[in-house]
Structures are given as structure tokens and as C-alpha cells.
Write a protein that binds this ligand. Sequence first.
Ligand code: NOJ
Length: 479
Amino acid sequence: MHNPRDPLARFGAVRRDPVVYQIYPRSFQDSDGDGVGDLRGVRDRLGHLAELGVDAIWLSPIYPSPMADFGYDVSDYRNVDPVFGSLAELDELIREAHGLGLGVLLDIVPCHTSIEHPWFREHPDWYIWRDRPNNWSTAFGGSAWTRLGDRYYLHSFYPEQPDLDWRNPEVVAAMQDVFRFWLDRGVDGFRIDAIDRLLKDPELRDDPPAAEPFGLPLRADEARLALTNSRNAPDMGEALGAIRAAAGDALLIGEVYLPAARWGPYLQHFDAAFAFELLQAPWEAGALRRAIEESTRLPGAAWVMSNHDFGRLGTRFGEANARAAAMLLLTLPGPAFLYQGDEIGQLDGPPGESGLDRAGRDRYRHPVQWDASPSGGFTTGTPWLPPVDPERRNVEAQRGDPASMLAFVRELIRLRHGLGDGLELLDAEPGLLAYRRGEHVIVINVTEEPRPLPAEAGDVVLATHEADGLPPHAGVVTA
Ligand code: NOJ
């Protein structure tokens, strides 16, 4: 008998390389006209996801929150914010998703709470305090310490997000209860936020000067420091083990902002870590190849090339490369995370227009464009952020068009589950990225010029384009 909580069992054979579709609930589908997406809206659109062929959905935070960081500032880990709906609606969503064969991952934010979480008032000793700041900075820049009374509390992100002290056993126990709470409601797994920040130096010492590069992009002021005390403490495994103990065999994917070479303790307890080397790689064959090579030395990479923090495929890599980028994302082995709207090639919004997120990420969060109407079919009210260009691209128009990005992504997902085990990077001529997955060879032309197909390629079974060969920006799956 399969353990009903075993995600591998639930997803059967395809589970090996699942496609997880990221829903940013605020921007997915509004059902009540308040201009903000909600859980009923997600339920109404599950058919689209089943048709697309994804294996699971990941819901960015849906918990009660003052929304200083749009839900990544949680004020109650065991409920649903009224703007998104209710616990009963989440239960119903989980039930319906499972009925369609879709797993459900929640986003757990264990590193910090909202400053409005009752814990901050009732259990100040669950947080991290110091008499004066040290040299640690927040992910967004500026000191990670804010004064309250005669002490300073630590916040790795916004000041409204005080860091929990995972060295306090009461914190560990409280968060373990949170995992159990959601598992009991039928959730299949979790994306775990900012996990490399969970444990810091117990003495809260300054970060020393950097002796070598960090291995991932950092702000200039951060890059000068070794970042060995403000995060990723040597005993991190203990905290991760406590999470695994509570989560049983649920799927755990960690947001670990570290190069893959430093994933060791994380993968001892989690199933996968986001491969930031690929997410941060420029659209350049050598850089992409190196990122994939680094991230696949050991199994455990979860692939992500776009999300609510970094922007969309079509903007990050250029509209001309959107299909080839989707091909890369969806032909690598291991879990792949597809950000809502990328299946129709949506673009980011204009920079700096709305200013709701202080870190400038609004432009990555415009609503999904379901139809060509001015609201894109997202809401009957005033959208919290306007759709970008629903008249140019939307789900409804693409659904009926076999040449659309949507049809292409659907076909990629179907093919993905038939790709062979493992990954062999092939030596191809400059500007081409080529790799083998069993019987299939995937080739992507990362240049602006046409290229011949390499000798290893077989017959084309799926192409980003209609012409023969490998035009600029093209990719093919061959067998
Ligand atoms: C990563 C999340 O993806 C991001 O949106 C958030 O601001 C930080 N973690 C802090 O929770």
C-alpha cells in the first residue's frame, strides 16, 4: 500500500520530474471583484492547469498578513487571509486539485514572521535581539537591525519581518506544529522560504570580509563580506532536520540562495533546492552550460527561471527567447517551476510605475491575462495591478491556436514526462547548448544567427519555430 501522504505515490510515474506551477494568488484570478486574486479564483482555473499538464501547484503565501511583503510577512500560520478566502475554501481547493491529479504545495516562511504576529508581543524571546547593530544587512539593502525600546531586533528582509530565533526550542516546536497542521489538511509539500537565513552565528558576530566570491550575484556592499555569520550557520542541519521530522515524507523544496556546491546540509533533509545559478545565468551558452553543470553535480536541483521576485521568461531572456527558455526549463531533470503567465509568454510590467513593493518587484506580479478584455478576465473590479497587454496575449486566444506559446508549453510538458533518465551535457559548437536525456537530444541556439543541428541530434520532435534547422533563438527536442 502506498502511504497516501507519499507525494511520489500520488503522482505515479511522472513524479520523477514534476512540473510545479507557481501561483501568486494575488494576481492569478479574482472571483469577488475586489481586484485581488483569491482561492475561489484558483479553483475556477484548475481546469487550465490540468489541461496544461502540470503535476502540482505551489501557492505563494495565503496566510493572514498585513501584506508589507504581500504575504511573506505572516501574522497567523494556520489560517487564510480573508482577501484570499477561508480555510474551508483552501480545503475545497486541495480536494479539487487532488481530484484532477494535481498536488498542492504551500509556501512556508519559517525565517521570520510579520511584526504583527502575536508571537512578537507575547514571546519576544522567540526573536533575535542585540544591544546595538552588527554589520549584517537586509536582502533589500540597509541595516538588518531596527531599534525597538532600548534594543534592536533582527530582520533579514523588511523591518516588518522580524527574524525568528531557531536556536530557541519553543520556536522549533511551534513551527513544527505549523507543518503538521497543513499536512493534516492534505497538503503534499512545501516551498520553504529563505531557508539559508534560518540559523545564524549564535554570537551574532559581524560578517568578516570576503576572501573569495560568493558564487551568486550580490549587491556590491554584500559582496564585500563573507556572509558566513548572518546566514547558513554550520549547524543548519539541525534546524532542517527538525523541519523534516515534522514534514514526514512531504515534498520539501528549499529556497537556498547559495551556489549548488554548498547545498549539502540542505539536501540531507530536503528533496530539492532552487538552482539559483541557472536563474541568475545570462542567456549565453557557456554561462547556461556552467550553471547546469554546477547544479547537477549531485541530484537535488529544482529548476526555476522566473518568479515573483526576478521576473518573467519573456522579459528576462527577451521575447524572442521565451520559447527556448521554456524549453530549457522544462527539459532538465528534476522538479521544474513554471511561473503563472509564462505559459502564454506574458511580459513584466513597466519598471517603477506602481511602487507598492518597496523593492521594486511589482512589475513581476501583474495579473494573468485570461482573455482580451481590458481587465484580462482577471477581475470584474479594479485590478490591484493592471494587466500588461491582454489584447496581445491571453489564454483564451492561445487555447485555440496550435502555433501559440500555450500549445508549445503544453507539448513540452507532455514530452517532458517521456524524457530519459539523467542528463549528459554535449560538446556543441559555440553558442549552442546541447544535452541528452536518454533517447532525446535537446539543442538550443543561444545566438542571433542560424546554426546547423549538431551531429548528435536526431529527428525533430518539437521545435520552438517552424523553419528547418536552428534559426536564431530556436530550440529543438530531437529523438
Ligand atoms: C523570498 C520570497 O520569494 C520573497 O518574495 C520575499 O520577499 C522574501 N523571501 C522574504 O520572505
